[in-house]
Design a protein around this ligand. Sequence first.
Ligand SMILES: *Cc1c(COP(=O)(O)O)cnc(C)c1O
Length: 412
Amino acid sequence: MHHFQYRGGELYAEDVPVSTLVAAYGTPLYIYSAATLRRHFAAFDSAFDGLPHLTCFSVKANSNLAVLRTLGAMGAGVDIVSGGELYRALAAGIDPAKIVYSGVGKRGNEIEEALNAGILMFNVESMGELERISRIAARLGKNANVSLRINPNVDPKTHPYISTGLKKNKFGLDMETSLAAYARAMELPGVTPVGIDCHIGSQLTSIEPFLEALDKILIFREKLVAMGISPRYLDLGGGLGIQYNEEEPPHPREFGQALTKALGDLPLTLVLEPGRVIVGNAGILVTEVVYTKKTPSKDFVIVDAAMNDLIRPSLYDSYHAISEVRPAERDTLNVDVVGPICESGDFLARDRELPAVAPGEYLAVYSAGAYGFTMSSNYNSRPRAAEVLVDGDTVTLARRRETYEDLVALER
Ligand SMILES: *Cc1c(COP(=O)(O)O)cnc(C)c1O
């Protein structure tokens, strides 16, 4: 459910016509709906009302300050994976006591910055990282709360690039090594083991893999308790999927009920790191049709958004619904919707039935709020798109469009 709907024959973002936003800010344009963000956050967070819990939005899904502020105002914490994301979270006023830090390659300066900020905990992914956090914390005279990220070897049944909990993946530690790492964490200065972490993948459309991972983790927890460690936090990561096309992901309520049942009254605070499920369907990408072109084998709709703006179709072969901003009665054609970039992999949709649109019209690409702008680049020296946040009839330019000057500003 989202707040991009047709009224009187044209697409609106909440109470604002998309055509008005395009006239003011140009294309390609990312448009986010604050009401949708709030609705999704509330639906997710309240699903865990039966448990002590903390919902930490995954910043890498959408790191715009206006988005982070909107969620922060609802009490959200965040999951970060870099010093840059820490900087953004703090700039957006997120409470450091609600920040968890994940990722396999945290550098020394990033660890130091997180310690100085006073974050809630580090999700540690290797023995080397544990040792390094200990060294830095001891030097600063600080304590680092740590959870070890367990790789439970569970198949999330999603795209291979976003599966993270299989033993062949680079993430986390296998159970055996994790036990040794907890033992080590007990001896090391500057670190306190406070939790267990896992994140098995993204765009999961079933609850089963989460429960399978949780089972393994609860058995693992027993072993920790036997070692004299009672983890306070259980971080199950993110990964709940959304509907892009015909998927039928479980509602957060169902997810919440299943976890509440599985955790019973264990003395644990559940940490969740949802990204896509909060922001995915809270954003659209609007693009202008530049040309249409018929070749002997295909019809192409060439638009002004490209793989540098939204890489998901090229990278994951993912589906994004596309429709006209101002629909009209006309025939449909089977088309590829492609961008201007010099790569055959530059497409937003392939073999798609679309009305026969004409140059100058606008198309909305749906479900673009997660891993859209955050994965964008300047490839082909294309200035990155603008982002706007709509809240009712209020529009905030959340990020201005980049200029040609921006493209070369750091070069000499
Ligand atoms: C990417 C990521 C998430 C968010 O995943 P979604 O599928 O967007 O919910 C959460 N935790 C970690 C560690 C991640 O890498």
